[in-house]
Write a protein that binds this ligand. Structure first.
Ligand code: ADP
Length: 373
């Protein structure tokens, strides 16, 4: 499929909000996050051509969607965009199969193998003859996703597709999306209030605040930034999932299995290795890990004779006040990768260990959560 780049530089006045931002997205999932009213949905609508009054330029590959200076505005249906909304918006009188084929009929059928693959990936085989009112919320939303994909889009826009689903249904859909996203070689813009979803699905994150870009970059890089964590923690309508603390997000890959010890070694790069309970994925598989600050302890000497198996050398980089008067100590790990992990400890512990910026320490990782668990 395509490897075209979406590029947007736009301005729009939306009531009292001045939207002014630039965005570049290639293949893969870019999550768009930020407080309610920041302009996330408006951004998708402008890209889709559903809001005409914006100024600026939006292009996708060689196609110009919108160029206000040149008077160019490509109609929404000519942009070949798949759009998935919070609610499924299925045609109530049509079966699942006919709903799925609706977009394909309008735009020319996708190759038949692709239709079967999407039906299979979204687990829709047994639902094809049903009418929408016989579907659960999660099933209906999977059909909506399938319908968008079967219209052969070059770009997929998803606006909080799971916001109206309860936790159980979200859990039911997540594995489908996790499988689907890497298989689609097209750019996906995914608006979400749920950081668990973002951590599991996104390759990149764009944080928007009051119509402007607050931060953009790789998922771990952006979500580990203290200012981003602070913005999102205080944001109206943000939902961190089950956790109030985002913790440290690390991109890792499986380097070896040791079944006799029931562990899997995962590499963080720079020769840094963590041991996690035995995994079933093959070596080389990418994993996103989440380290909770409360699960990290600090030692000022190389630890021996400890039950904690994972200790990572580094240096104290920052000490911040955390909620409840605790201290968040950021440790920059040795190696050139600028990996930082945060430990939450008491002020008493900071004093006892005489922690100061630059001090050599070991981060003792008591437990590692995998983003997909
Ligand atoms: P988000 O998706 O980040 O919650 P929205 O894009 O929905 O934010 O809305 C951003 C702001 O723009 C809101 O204050 C909303 O009321 C306003 N807005 C959105 N669309 C329009 C419009 N067509 N006309 C005027 N104001 C709008």
């Amino acid at each position: 499929m395509s490897s075209d780049i979406l590029q947007a530089d736009l301005r729009a006045r939306l009531g009292t909000l001045e939207l002014e931002l630039s965005l570049k997205a290639g293949n893969g999932t870019t999550a768009i996050v930020g407080p309610s009213g920041a302009g996330k949905t408006s951004l998708l609508r402008i890209i889709a051509g559903l809001y005409r009054q914006a100024e600026g330029r939006i292009s996708f590959g060689d196609d110009v969607f919108h160029d206000s200076a040149a008077g160019i505005f490509l109609k929404p249906e000519k942009r070949r965009i798949g759009y998935v909304f919070q609610e499924p918006r299925l045609f109530p009188h049509m079966s699942v199969a006919r709903n799925l084929d609706y977009g394909a009929r309008r735009r020319g059928a996708p190759p038949s193998g692709a239709r079967d693959e999407i039906i299979n990936l979204l687990g829709l085989e047994n639902l094809l003859e049903r009418l929408p009112h016989k579907l659960s919320g999660g099933e209906a939303q999977r059909v909506a996703m399938g319908r968008a994909l079967l219209s052969s889009p070059r770009l997929l826009l998803m606006d909080e597709p799971m916001a109206n689903l309860d936790l159980r249904r979200r859990r039911e859909i997540m594995p489908f999306l996790e499988m689907l996203h890497p298989r689609l070689s097209l750019p996906i813009l995914y608006v979400s209030h749920n950081l668990d979803e973002v951590i599991r699905l996104a390759d990149k994150v764009l944080v928007i605040e009051r119509g402007r870009v607050f931060a953009t970059g790789g998922t771990a890089q952006v979500l580990n930034r203290p200012d981003v964590q602070q913005l999102l923690a205080g944001a109206v309508g943000m939902d961190a999932g089950m956790d109030t603390d985002l913790g440290t997000i690390l991109d890792a890959s499986i380097s070896a299995h040791e079944p006799e010890k029931m562990i899997t070694r995962v590499s963080l790069g720079d020769g840094l290795v963590l041991r996690v309970p035995l995994r079933h994925e093959p070596t080389g598989t990418a994993l996103r890990l989440r380290l909770h600050p409360r699960d990290i302890a600090i030692a000022t000497q190389s630890p021996h004779g400890l039950s904690i198996r994972n200790s990572l050398p580094g240096r104290v980089n920052r000490i911040n006040v955390a909620p409840g008067g605790q201290r968040d100590v950021s440790i920059r790990l040795d190696g050139g990768g600028n990996i930082e992990i945060t430990a939450r400890i008491t002020q008493g512990a900071v004093d006892d260990l005489q922690l100061v910026r630059g001090l050599e320490v070991w981060a003792l990782v008591k437990s590692v959560a995998l983003a997909s668990d």
